[in-house]
Design a binder for this molecule. Sequence first.
Ligand SMILES: C[S@@+](CC[C@H](N)C(=O)[O-])C[C@H]1O[C@@H](n2cnc3c(N)ncnc32)[C@H](O)[C@@H]1O
Length: 455
Amino acid sequence: LKKGLEIEILIDHMKYPNIGVGYIDGNKEEKKIVIKNTIRGQYVKAKITKNRSNKTEARLLEVIEKSSIEKDSFCEHYGNCGGCALQTLSDKNQAQLKLEMIQELFKSNGLLVVPEKIIDSPKVFEYRNKMEYSFGDEFIGGPLTLGMHKKNRHNDVVNIPNCHLIDEDFRNIMTAVLNYFTVEKAPKYNKRSGEGFLRHLVVRKGLKTGEIMVALSATTQWSLNKRSFVEMLNKLNLKGVLTSILYVHNDGLGDMVSGEIECLQGSETIRENLFDLTFDIPLYAFFQTNTLGAEHLYRSALEMIPNIGGKICFDLFSGTGTIGQIMAKKAKRVIGIEIVADAVEMAIKNAQINEIDNCEFLCGDVYTVLNTITDKPDVIVVDPPRMGIGEKAVKKIATYGVDEIVYISCNPKTLVDDLKTFETCGYTCEKVLLVDMFPWTGHVETVVKLQRRNP
Ligand SMILES: C[S@@+](CC[C@H](N)C(=O)[O-])C[C@H]1O[C@@H](n2cnc3c(N)ncnc32)[C@H](O)[C@@H]1O
């Protein structure tokens, strides 16, 4: 198994995220070979890239034989676009494969309770309410493109005019914006030199309300004809309503949407509904990208803590206050903590719109804010970003000694690390389930009920 050797191997099982594991000649006594972006049951050709004492890694060269659980992909962009990794499976099989991978992850981390099921997304197509596209090119010096990064090539951007994860309005807006700037000969931004104009396009749509936000993230190095850009968007034949057109003055060095917002038309937020609640969402606030899936996610999470009546609940990492406001219907009081000021401002406003008066939302880092407040919770819900909570904040949360904690996670890897810390602090995972919020991709939301062990 020298580096550079080419092998043919059957993928025996999967590890999270989308890593196939095989054995030379199928012999499980032999060392494991791990190969990214493969699927259980595939027979593949791969090249050894690393051979260490504990594991051997190989790079996929070719799928010689498809797995019996595979079929043809349904999207013309599959293979080129880096968006969907599990598109050659049926909707049921891609969800099942994620369940298997997370079960394996829990077991290999010594966690005794593993996810018992995966709840399907109500929609498997056109389910996304937000897309963040990049401007770029598919090859150096190529024409302007607007879409997703190419698979395994982060500097190349491919057009995805017929992506199935978003609805027709998203597709029309993306195509029209690309055509507009191609005709206008607007320069794309060059990450290395820091020169150019076009960086990203964010489109957000309330799938329940039809309200649409279009945010152009670009530098101030080119003179945007704001009137003609807005006119072009307004002429589109959209099913939803253009509520918000924004120009983000993005002169920063980081490859992210950030900078001062100039509102070119409408308001700086769009509205979306979850259950019977209303949420106004600004550009910079997190909101679950699968609206209908989010209702399943939050329902599943709150079913794990049915007895919150009359209790004080903490909603940590609260975003625009979604979970807190759903809990507020039963709970005595809810305190949300969130680091993004725009999101906190909107959570407070959303609570007013929803006529909820037993919620408050505090701005700041969870660990720091918890150290400054004197309120004591009876129940805690945490929904951190991909980096997880981290040891220091987990220990702080555990010091409250509440009986029940619900942990919602979009990153199973940081989740298991945090769960191991919770276990050392006297908590046991009682129930774990998955919600397939991102069909066809390798991503998934995990919900865990933690119960305090008797002292
Ligand atoms: C996965 S989102 C969850 C938001 C919300 N619970 C929801 O469901 O819409 C994670 C949130 O944590 C916030 N966040 C990230 N780091 C934080 C920190 N150190 N302290 C407080 N909030 C943080 C992010 O801004 C984001 O809104």
